[in-house]
Write a protein that binds this ligand. Structure first.
Ligand code: ADP
Length: 421
């Protein structure tokens, strides 16, 4: 599947999920509003029915009337003493219950002109207060029965909030899963791409030395060198060189699997860093001669020691040096410096090669990564060398970094703990 199409599908899926989320939220709001309306209508009906019931209770009506006419300031106390307050309260409660409303409520009986009622009337619109005229009970419309539901907002918020939160959590989990699926899918695609590139590279890298060996050995077999001993020597040299290349290739392929699992065995020992570097330089001599390059390395007079796996560290420097040779257009000039830094040893490998653009530098230590631009693709490789180098250096408590400028060469800096001798 093309990358553009993949991205498009992902964006579409994300859009659908967000649309789903928006629809969900809309439905939740709609359902809250609907419940709100149902609540309001039920309370109004319950209060009307309460009034009808209370109006039919004549003894209760005359008691309320008497209390109202006696002392309006201490009305609640009087009604409570007379047992009327309780009766009205119970009547409201049973009506509310019949409408399935089971909320805490407060009850007031207030005079129409009272300041208290005026203050409450401002709040009537928010649905916390409901009132009914007591005309039926008192025979005049001077008083209102007011019912307040203080916990109503919290009740609705708790109900809706739970629904809302549940939906958001579910949709969030859906987005996370989708993102993970996309990441896994992308990784699989990348692996498949790497495997394809690797197979191409491997067959290309093997083809050239194999055909050189076939050619040179055929010349020898058919005695095409005649009596010229020099020619014979050249053919043999070619076979030897190409064979060495093949050996190196096989070694890097074998290493590839270990790099993949980060599973190397180390036999660490105290070694002089200069010995390791010298050995790496001599391994790379043939490659260097082919490109007429040179390596400048002056070991410090007093030896510096590190505790490392000797063979792996020779490979580390062989990798850095062969890259320095590979990635240079002209004759490679490489400089190796070792510097003491407190209890650390800093080793710098500098070349005058094609350099690495800044934006790619953070990727070069990743497995299978190869800089995608410039002349790099004329040079074949598996993109595994620097990943191996980093693994080995870090396994020895060291660090590796790069400083480079396009067309202006590259410096790899390794820092390792120094062993005092
Ligand atoms: P390979 O050389 O097999 O491609 P490496 O892991 O050794 O893989 O290197 C990764 C990439 O880093 C290379 O493809 C190359 O683009 C870049 N690179 C490494 N060393 C150098 C260097 N000395 N100069 C320029 N580019 C380099």
């Amino acid at each position: 599947m093309k990358t553009g199409f993949r991205k498009y599908t992902f964006v579409l899926a994300l859009f659908i999920i967000l649309a789903l989320l928006a629809t969900q939220i809309k439905w939740i709001i709609y359902s809250i509003r609907f419940q709100d309306k149902v609540f309001e209508k039920s309370v109004e009906l319950a209060l009307s029915e309460t009034m009808t019931t209370l109006t039919a209770d004549k003894p209760l009506c005359s008691m309320v009337k008497a209390c109202v006419e006696c002392d309006t300031a201490r009305l609640k106390t009087q009604l409570t003493t007379a047992g009327v307050w309780e009766k009205i309260h119970d009547a409201i409660e049973s009506e509310l219950r019949s409408y399935d409303i089971d909320l805490e409520y407060e009850m007031y009986i207030l005079e129409n002109k009272s300041e208290e009622l005026k203050a409450l009337q401002k709040e009537f619109d928010n649905g916390l207060y409901y009132s009914r005229c007591m005309g039926g009970i008192l025979g005049h419309s001077g008083y209102q029965l007011v019912v307040e539901f203080p916990s109503r907002t919290r009740f609705f918020f708790a109900k809706a909030g739970l629904m809302f939160l549940g939906s958001v959590v579910l949709i969030f989990l859906l987005i996370v899963s989708l993102y993970n699926i996309f990441r896994i899918y992308n990784r699989e695609i990348r692996i498949a791409q790497h495997t394809k590139e690797l197979l191409n590279n491997v067959s290309h890298e093997f083809k050239t030395p194999l055909s050189s060996i076939a050619l040179a050995s055929n010349m020898i077999r058919k005695r095409r060198y005649g009596t010229n001993e020099q020619k014979l020597e050249n053919y043999a040299e070619l076979i030897f060189k190409e064979n060495r290349k093949l050996q190196n290739l096989v070694e890097s392929l074998l290493r590839l699997e270990a790099v993949e699992r980060n599973a190397f065995d180390y036999s660490k020992e105290d070694v002089a860093i200069s010995d390791v570097i010298q050995e790496a330089i001599s391994t790379c001599e043939m490659l260097l001669d082919e490109k007429q390059g040179s390596i400048l390395y002056q070991p410090n007079p007093d030896k510096m020691y590190v505790c490392v796996d000797r063979l792996h560290f020779i490979n580390v420097f062989v990798n850095l040096l062969s890259n320095a040779i590979k990635y240079s257009k002209n004759e490679p000039q490489i400089k190796i410096e070792t510097i003491k830094q407190n209890d650390k040893l800093r080793i710098e490998v500098t070349d005058n090669g094609i350099g690495i653009p800044l934006k790619f530098q953070k990727y070069i230590f990743n497995k299978y990564y190869r800089v995608p631009t410039g002349d790099v693709h004329n040079t074949k490789g598996f993109g595994i060398g620097l990943a191996y180098v980093k693994q080995i250096v870090e396994a020895h408590n060291g660090t590796i970094s790069v400083e480079s400028e396009t067309e202006n060469g590259t410096t790899f800096i390794i820092q390792l703990p120094e062993i005092k001798k």
